[in-house]
Write a protein that binds this ligand. Structure first.
Ligand code: HQG
Length: 183
């Protein structure tokens, strides 16, 4: 499948599985799972033709591994990034010493004074992958890179979660744990 089409489908799936399941008349359960058959039927009804095989390809080949099937293959969900109220069921885990967050330069003064806040999503997103964080940052303008003293935060009682695709999540990073890093 060509990359452009994959991106288009992935965008639509992200919108539905993270933010607006009601836009095609489906619901997510309390852990964010949608019924695969129901999703395909609803997409088709809404003029977005997708087969199970195409869906499987998208899940397997998505560059950021954004989606996952449950072990029975009958349910699908986004691994992170939701704005709808669901519980992903991740358990708190020990982060590496430092994590990184990519942002736009124009947000820096606000971030360095009030810390990293989750905005519309459930969590602040971080990673050990600096190039990836710079790519995320560039979506919003001139890139800036922030280093987070994750282990120190955890020792002070803050909880961290990690998704299957290695995105680190936390509720809020207070400014004292942040430092701007040369990008
Ligand atoms: C910024 C993509 C001002 C924050 C990526 C970010 C990521 C503040 C924006 C995932 C702030 C929120 C998430 C503060 C945070 N003042 N601005 N105090 N605190 N911000 O999209 O991390 O492609 O909700 O820096 O890969 O950019 O969708 O978060 O710029 O992992 O799969 O507020 O989205 O994944 O933006 O991106 P977002 P994000 P997908």
């Amino acid at each position: 499948m060509n990359a452009k089409l994959q991106t288009k489908i992935s965008r639509r799936l992200s919108l539905i599985l993270r933010h607006k399941p009601e836009s095609i008349g489906i619901t997510l359960n309390e852990n964010g799972w949608a019924d695969v058959q129901g999703l395909l039927e609803a997409l088709n009804k809404n003029g977005f033709y997708l087969t199970l095989n195409i869906l499987k390809t998208i899940v397997a080949e998505n560059p950021k591994k954004r989606f996952e099937f449950d072990e029975t293959g009958t349910l699908i969900r986004a691994r992170q990034g939701h704005s709808v109220e669901i519980d992903l069921g991740y358990s708190a885990t020990t982060p590496p010493d430092v994590l990184y967050h990519g942002t736009a330069e124009r947000f820096l003064s606000s971030i360095l004074s009030e810390g990293l806040t989750k905005q519309q999503r459930h969590h602040v997103h971080m990673s050990t992958d600096i190039p990836l964080m710079l790519e995320v940052a560039r979506r919003r303008g001139k890139a800036a890179l922030i280093e987070i003293a994750a282990k120190e935060m955890q020792l002070n009682g803050y909880e961290f979660y990690v998704t299957e695709n290695q995105v680190w999540l936390t509720d809020h990073v207070p400014a004292r744990y942040l430092a701007q890093k040369d990008s």
